[in-house]
Structures are given as C-alpha cells and as structure tokens.
Design a protein around this ligand. Structure first.
Ligand code: SF4
Ligand code: SF4
Length: 110
C-alpha cells in the first residue's frame, strides 16, 4: 500500500520551516518550481510516510500501516490548513480504513 499524497506541498513547507531539510529562500532545496520533489525516490525519511511507519514499528509501535496512513491524512489536513492550501488537495481519510478492515477479515477493531 502506498500513501495517497496529493502533492499539495504543505509538508515540504513545514519541513523547511522546522529546519528538517536544507533550505534556500525559505524552501526545501529539492522542491522544484512546479512543487515537485526532485529527489522523490531518495527523499529523507521525514518526507516518507511509509518509511516513517516502518521505522516506528521496528521500534515497537503497534499500529497497522492503514491506521498510520489514516492518522497521517489528518496531519496533512492540519498542515494544509496552516498554509491555506486549496481544498482540491484534500485527501480521503476513509480510503485506508476499508483496506484495514479487509485485512482483518471484515472485523474492524484493534
Ligand atoms: S501534506 Fe500530505 S498530501 Fe500534502 S504533500 Fe505532504 S504528504 Fe502529500
Ligand atoms: S526532500 Fe522532497 S519531499 Fe522532502 S521536503 Fe524536500 S521537496 Fe519535500
């Protein structure tokens, strides 16, 4: 499963503001003029939801990827609100719930 990023750029701006990525003129040096990541395949872990989840599971987090992705969707929306991103970039938080329910054999719950 991959995280359905809409490419809104809010997390790139947040990462730059927090000093988590190298910046130039206030923006991540890897952010292109058309708001794409120039190093997407090799981007830092902080920019990769699936990689962040995998590391935390390795450290003992007990949370499915679907649940982690759902929570990340809400985090994305909070960042979109912070940076006043256009509504067309909003995500569907329910898209992972279905996958998680199916993985559990139709039983929703922990
Ligand atoms: S805030 Fe979320 S939807 Fe927007 S670019 Fe980052 S990961 Fe993608
Ligand atoms: S490395 Fe790529 S994904 Fe990460 S903040 Fe920079 S442009 Fe965004």
């Amino acid at each position: 499963m991959t995280f359905a990023c809409s490419g809104c750029g809010a997390c790139c701006r947040a990462a730059a503001d927090a000093g988590l990525v190298p910046t130039r003129d206030g923006h991540c040096v890897h952010l292109t003029d058309d708001q794409q990541c120039a190093i997407y395949a090799t981007r830092p872990e902080i920019c990769d939801v699936a990689a962040t989840h995998a590391r935390q599971v390795g450290q003992g987090l007990q949370m499915t990827q679907a649940t982690y992705f759902t929570l990340s969707t809400h985090a994305c929306h909070a960042l979109m609100d912070r940076y006043d991103i256009e509504p067309r970039f909003r995500l569907d938080p329910s898209r992972y719930t279905h996958a998680d329910t199916m993985r559990r054999g139709g039983q929703y719950g922990p």
